[in-house]
Structure formats: structure tokens, C-alpha cells
Design a protein around this ligand. Structure first.
Ligand code: ZN
Ligand code: ZN
Length: 236
């Protein structure tokens, strides 16, 4: 069946339209333009280090080494730069959901590194007003194939997000203040005792993940991890 579909609809790269090996993949030329995050990276938060550094089997960034990072496992597939922004922004704001397969595939490639299989996959919620305006939550589109891959449930109902203005170009501290209190666990029974994998398109300062983790842990979650397609990388 797969062969017939490939014959009728040959797989093409969703970015440039060139033929590629399989549906849901990008071509090798496009793949080579991304700044993929590999080893060595912080084994807790996934912060990338220069490739020639030998940091042993469990590298740790200064933030995690100082115990200032609350999330115990966090990964991103690539660095947020001009290349990843060129698919991420249309995916998020212009309805280019065709990119979801290549983005989710890159994220699934990171999951073998998780400490265990989580109980739930949870896309970072969007405020209702934004969801209505946009028509979809881009994080949910990425979370569905991840939940399917892990063969676990996806939870899009247990947490609500209040509407707040955009974060814009705020500092890390301003972001943390801006996001405080924005999430509300409306079905604590669904998250109590559960290990939850949060999914989003981009990791910026970590303020959103920290705040969502805080409310989930307060509601009784066992642990909260995270995975995103790309990540803003500042020197630390
Ligand atoms: Zn391509
Ligand atoms: Zn770290």
C-alpha cells in the first residue's frame, strides 16, 4: 500500500519541493541547513556545547550545575536561527501545518534519551482567544504524533491558559513575571501522580515551561519534562 501511495504521490520535501526519500521527511539539502543540536549537550536541559569539547558522559551546563533549573529533562531538536524561524513562524502563524511532520519527526528522535516513558503528553496550552483566532494550537499538532509514537495519552484539557499580551522582546526576568499565574490546572485528578512530557514549538527563556511545571507539580504531578522543536541559545 505504501508503495502504491508513493507511486501516485511521490514524497516531496515540504520546505523546497524537491523529491525526497519518504513522506514526512525533508530532503538532505534542506536538512543540512539546520543547526541540529547533538552531543555534547547538558544532560538535564539539553543546552548545546561546542562539538570539540569532551565533557564526559553526563555534561551539565552552569545553570543546571547550580541547581537553578527546575525541569529534570528538556530537549530541543535545533537552534532557533534564520533557518528554523523560516519554517516555525509560518507553521505557527500562517497555517503552514504541513511542516508538522518534519518538526515532530526531529523531536521524536530526541525521546530515546528520556529517563523513562512518561504517562502523558501535554502540549503547552494556548489561551482560548488565540486558539479561536488561529484555529489551531501549533503545540498540539506536534504533540499528537509524539503521543502516538510513545503510545501514551495526550492531555489537552487539564490546564487552561489565561489571555495575556505577547511576551515581545522581554528579558528573562520580565518573561517570568509576565507568565506567572497564567496557567490553571482545571482537572487535577488527570495529572496527579503522572509524569508529563510538555511539548511546544520553541524554548525561549524557559519561563513558560517553569511556570507550567510549577502549577502541575502543585497539582500533584510526579515529574514534568519538556521537548521543543527549536531553542533560543544564549551564551551562558
Ligand atoms: Zn528540501
Ligand atoms: Zn542544563
Amino acid at each position: 500500500m505504501g508503495k502504491i501511495i508513493d507511486f501516485l504521490f511521490p514524497p516531496i520535501c515540504p520546505i523546497c519541493g524537491a523529491p525526497c526519500d519518504a513522506h514526512g521527511m525533508m530532503c538532505a539539502a534542506c536538512w543540512a541547513t539546520f543547526n541540529w543540536i547533538g552531543n555534547p549537550r547538558c544532560h538535564i536541559c539539553g543546552y548545546p556545547f561546542a562539538a570539540d569539547l569532551d565533557l564526559g558522559p553526563h555534561p551539565m551546563c552552569p545553570v543546571c550545575a547550580a541547581g537553578k533549573n527546575e525541569i529534570h529533562w528538556m530537549r530541543s531538536a535545533c537552534v532557533y536561527d534564520d533557518v528554523s524561524r523560516n519554517i516555525m513562524l509560518p507553521f505557527k502563524h500562517a497555517g503552514r501545518i504541513k511542516y508538522r511532520h518534519i518538526m515532530a519527526r526531529a523531536m521524536i528522535g530526541l525521546l530515546g534519551d528520556m529517563p523513562a516513558t512518561p504517562d502523558l503528553v501535554m502540549p503547552v496550552p494556548l489561551a482560548w482567544g488565540r486558539l479561536f483566532h488561529r484555529g489551531y494550537n501549533q503545540a498540539t499538532l506536534l504533540a499528537r504524533p509524539i503521543a502516538r509514537h510513545l503510545n501514551i495519552a495526550i492531555d489537552v484539557n487539564s490546564v487552561r491558559r489565561k489571555y495575556r499580551s505577547d511576551m515581545g522582546h522581554k528579558s528573562a526576568r520580565e518573561r517570568a513575571e509576565h507568565i506567572h499565574g497564567v496557567f490553571c490546572v482545571v482537572h487535577p485528578d488527570a495529572v496527579r501522580g503522572k509524569t508529563i512530557l510538555l511539548v511546544d514549538d520553541v524554548f525561549t527563556s524557559g519561563a513558560t515551561f517553569s511556570e507550567l511545571r510549577r502549577v502541575l507539580m502543585r497539582a500533584g504531578a510526579r515529574d514534568v519534562w519538556g521537548v521543543t522543536f527549536c531553542r533560543v541559545v544564549h551564551a551562558i
